[in-house]
Every structure is written in C-alpha cells, then in structure tokens.
Design a protein around this ligand. Structure first.
Ligand code: GLN
Length: 280
C-alpha cells in the first residue's frame, strides 16, 4: 500500500466516525510516521509503506477515531512561535490563550527586568513564550502535579530557558515564595455541570482538573486572585484568562480584593478572554 492509499483509507475511517477534519487529520497522522511535515508526505504520495508503518498508522487512526486529540497523538502542539511537548497531563495550548501572551508583552513593553509568576503553569506555553520574548525576565511556575511539571521541564529545556525559570510543585494556597511584578494565570474556569457537554475530544482526554472551575466556574479564579494579593509587588500586574461570560463577575472579584481593572481584551472569536488588573 502506498502513502496516498493509506491516507484515503484512514480518512474514510475518520469520516465514518463523524470527525470533521478527517482529511487533514489523516495526513497529519501519516506525517508522524515519518517525522516529517505534511507537505513532505503529500509530495511522496506514491511511496510504498512497510507492513510495520501501516500498522503504526492504523493504530493512530484508530485512536483518533475514538476522539483522542491530534496534539496528544503527536505529543506536541504549536503555540505562539514555538512547539510545545504535550501529554494528557497538560491542557493542550489554545490559540485563544495567545491573547494572554500578547497582553503581557504589551504591558511590559518598556521593562527590562521583571519577575513573573504563573499559577498553574501546565505545559508552560504562556510563561515560556513570554520569557523567549523578554530576555531580561525571570519566571516562576507552580503547579500541583509532578507529571505536569515534568512536561513543563522538558519544554524549558527545549526552549533553552533553564537559567531563567524555576518550578515548584505547590498549591497556590501554600505558596509563599517571593514577590512578583507580574502574575499570570489561565485557571480552570468551566462550570462543573457544563464539563460533560464539552467536546468528547476534550472531556475524555484533557485533564479535567485544568478545566473544572467548580459549581459557579469561579472557584479557582477566586483562589488565584486571593493568593495573588500576597505574592504581587506594589503596583504589580495580574493578567487572567477568563471564560467568555465571566467578565462582570471576575471584575467584581478583583475589585472586592483591592485590584484596579486596567483592561478587558477579546479573543479571536470576539469573546472577552483576558482581564488585566493592578494592585497598589
Ligand atoms: N478555553 C478552555 C476550553 O474551552 C478552558 C480553559 C480553562 O478552563 N482554563 O476548553
């Protein structure tokens, strides 16, 4: 069987299972077999596959047909300007989250040395993208899972940021190390009862702990806001990713905790996604 025939076969399997991106997914999974990009695969359509290659490809198609996200099948995801390692222990970086990186860069344009904390660092996509853009900044990332921090560590190494990042395995309630110029977080903010209505790709595979915002969706946001008060420097900035319908509620949480709202920014789909505040 050649590459084209295998891709077509894979495509049909995915199509039958109702996967919309069946053609693209089949091509991408084929590219994983050769560790090449999609275009190289398309340019070699008539190349024959070995029995073993066909077997590996069919297994990938099978997993995708059960809705395992492409990022987990490839073990990586593009975000900002980089490629991040991902496993099922971290949330897959979302394009909407690039809005948060953009805002941090905007609010730190003229700064040369800052200490940044990310609460719930996950893959590290936010913190590490910022550090790559700002050579004088130092980053601290905390998360409660060792496996999550292991992935973040491998991304730190890949992006050659070892000298400028520290990681701690800690819940933010118990974290009391240092004061920061800027704190950033994309906490879990989906209402508990809504979790089961998420795409099967998300609900069955992504870490629910990174999505579950408790009964009202605000539990973890509140926790980040309260705890940031003890960790933020005077005049420091807090930048949060929030759910599309949470702006008013999060504004109140911030104001009630002594923060001043600086701006609310919409994501690519024009939903309120990022809220920037300061604390004196
Ligand atoms: N934006 C994510 C989603 O829709 C949720 C991320 C989060 O809860 N922080 O799946």
């Amino acid at each position: 069987m050649n590459i084209l025939e295998a891709i077509k076969k894979g495509e049909n399997v995915l199509k039958e299972k109702g996967i919309k991106s069946h053609k693209l997914d089949s091509e991408i999974l084929m590219s994983k077999i050769f560790n090449k990009n999609r275009i190289d695969v398309i340019l070699n359509f008539d190349m024959n596959l070995s029995i073993n290659e066909i077997k590996i490809f069919n297994n990938l198609i099978e997993e995708r047909s059960k809705r395992k996200p492409i990022a987990y099948l490839l073990g990586k995801k593009e975000f900002w300007k980089y490629e991040f390692d991902v496993t099922e222990d971290v949330l897959i970086p979302r394009p909407d989250t690039e809005t948060v990186v953009e805002q941090v860069l905007k609010f730190t344009k003229n700064k040369s040395k800052l200490k940044i904390l990310e609460i719930g660092v996950g893959s590290g996509c936010i913190l590490l993208s910022i550090l790559k853009e700002r050579k004088g900044f130092y980053g601290t990332g905390i998360d409660i899972y060792k496996k999550t921090l292991d992935i973040c560590k491998s991304n730190i190494k890949k992006l050659e940021l070892n000298d400028r990042v520290k990681l701690f395995k800690s819940d933010v309630d118990n974290f009391n190390y240092g004061k920061y110029d800027l704190i950033v977080s994309n906490p879990p903010y989906i209402k508990k009862f809504k979790l089961k209505y998420l795409d099967k790709d998300i609900y069955d595979y992504e870490p629910i702990s990174a999505l579950d915002g408790g009964v009202d969706g605000l539990l973890k946001i509140k926790k980040v806001v309260y705890n940031s008060s003890k960790l933020i420097k005077k005049g420091g900035i807090l930048i949060l990713e929030i759910g599309f319908d949470q702006m008013d509620k999060v504004k109140n949480v911030l104001i009630n905790n002594g923060y001043y709202i600086k701006n609310v920014i919409k994501d690519l789909a024009k939903n309120n996604r990022c809220i920037i505040s300061t604390k004196n």
